[in-house]
Write a protein that binds this ligand. Sequence first.
Ligand SMILES: Nc1ncnc2c1ncn2[C@@H]1O[C@H](COP(=O)(O)OP(=O)(O)OP(=O)(O)O)[C@@H](O)[C@H]1O
Length: 610
Amino acid sequence: MAVQQGHAPAAGTPTLGRTFARLIPFVKPILPRLFFGFLCALLAGVVALTIPQVLAWLVNNVLHPEGRGSEVWLAVGLVAALGALEALLVFLRRQFVITPAARLETQMRVRLYAHLQQLPVAFHERWGSGQLLSRSMGDLSLLRRWLAFGAMMLVVSTVTVIAGLTLMFSSSWVLGTIYLAGAIPISIKAFHFRNNYRAASRLSQDQAGDLATAVEESVHGIRVIKAFGRGRHMYDGFNTRAEQLRDTEVSKAKTLASFILYVVAIPETTLGLGLVAGLWLTAQGELSVGALVAFFATATVLAGPVEHMGMLMGMTLTTKTALDRHFEVMDTNNTITSPGSPVSPTDPRGELELRNVLFRFPDTPATAAPLLRGVNLHVAPGETMALVGMTGTGKSTLLQLVPRLYEATGGQVLIDGVDVRDRDLVELRRDVAVAFEDTILFSSSIRDNVLLGATGLDGPELDALLEDAIDTAQAGFARTLPQGLDTVIGEEGLSLSGGQRQRIALARAIAARPRVLVLDDPLSALDVRTEEAVTQRLRTTLAGTTTLIVAHRPSTVALADKVALLRDGLIDDVGTHSELLARNEHYRFVIASLVDEESDIIPLQGGPLA
Ligand SMILES: Nc1ncnc2c1ncn2[C@@H]1O[C@H](COP(=O)(O)OP(=O)(O)OP(=O)(O)O)[C@@H](O)[C@H]1O
């Protein structure tokens, strides 16, 4: 199955305006602070522009033979005061803007996390973890930086440039026109820059996500990599990807640098032309020296904002890409949701029924047969049903239809006569507990892992439940760990053995006190003696719990009251192990192949299972 590498869709990329318009609901609550921040930034720009005017006044009115010394000191004091005021306004801008921008970043990150939690398993199977990581961390940090600095400075720089141009035109319309003529080639360059930079931004952000996925995968699979001595191979693959990202970043930086070169060089050139014209006009007596000084002093003040506008445009485009990537995930609809009016079973006993259930994966070609082609299965309340079949027949997939981790594409899955699609999702998943063969534990204490699904209890009752679940799953080893059940297990529980992890996961499923327990070969890593002990305890502890268990070992079938044989997308036969052995040739074949896998373990005929 293809994992989403996250590259930009060729068509349908929203416009700049449309992307940023989506920020409005998030920005609304922080608008007052942003406004004051903007005001401070604007005032700082105005103050900066006032300084050249004071200089012009100084040149025209004070710096001549009859000028008075006191006026010089007044002008110097005024320039110093304006400089201090500008610094204060910049400080206030930061104060106003930083906190709300950080709050907005957190809010959007938490929303994204909540959305990821709700999206179905099928979504997570499609998307690389690094892509989701980079979207929830890096992309939203870019947004914060843009909001706290980029957006504000872009507007302020634009306003400053417009105000500066007005002042320059008021000093001399000829010089102003010469200066403004530079805007034409800059605009043409800006058009090309926007397209190129946007594409490079998208590529670099996607490549960074893929690189994060590669790190995550190799850290996760470090044992396999080491065991197979593939460190060099993985390194080479990572190096290639890292170099691709570097190349993209370099090309992005070059695109920006060439744009900034235009943005800086063209005004400087027009200014040079303006200086020649200005000197000529002054010599002709058509322009005062003060006006000439004011014009060039204003142009000097504008040099900063004009250059910044180039960088800020680059920052804005990068942020737009980050937002597009964010909303791509947020716009993914959750297809597995609670209905508007959920139904609860009137007589909850844990009866499980599958009626003509069809299932096909979304990426299965339309011409291929569905994985499940009409499964009919009934598991009575309190009964334990083993699901047996050749590898790849869809046993694990079928189990996941019960708590709606996958959605049946046809037919019905019913618990106590109510279609699981009509149940409230939280309630349904409280009623159905799952333990998978590939155990997922969290990097918290054993206690927290086991009690993950145990809601509604506390104090001694919760402790008793914990102890009971640990005993039933034969997970007593956890009490001998350094801090007992409070021992924090490493990331994903990798500090435990495979069998220990499975027992903790089984204890977790038991502690959820489900009505229906769905077990996907949860005892596969256990030795037969431990498996037998677990099985014995499960029989008593789970006496009233309906259990559907995928069995990959004949020994696991011992847990079951009945066995269902899955074959070619259908339930081929249901009966006790002995009945199926006696009457179903395919069952004998399946069991024989399972026995082959552990031939030295289980005696079939006449043994405990027969
Ligand atoms: N997310 C997926 N997308 C597409 N196909 C999938 C997906 N997950 C599993 N499959 C395919 O569906 C088929 C059934 O998989 P499943 O894991 O349900 O089989 P299984 O009977 O439990 O196998 P096993 O006994 O080996 O555990 C397999 O051919 C598998 O490749």
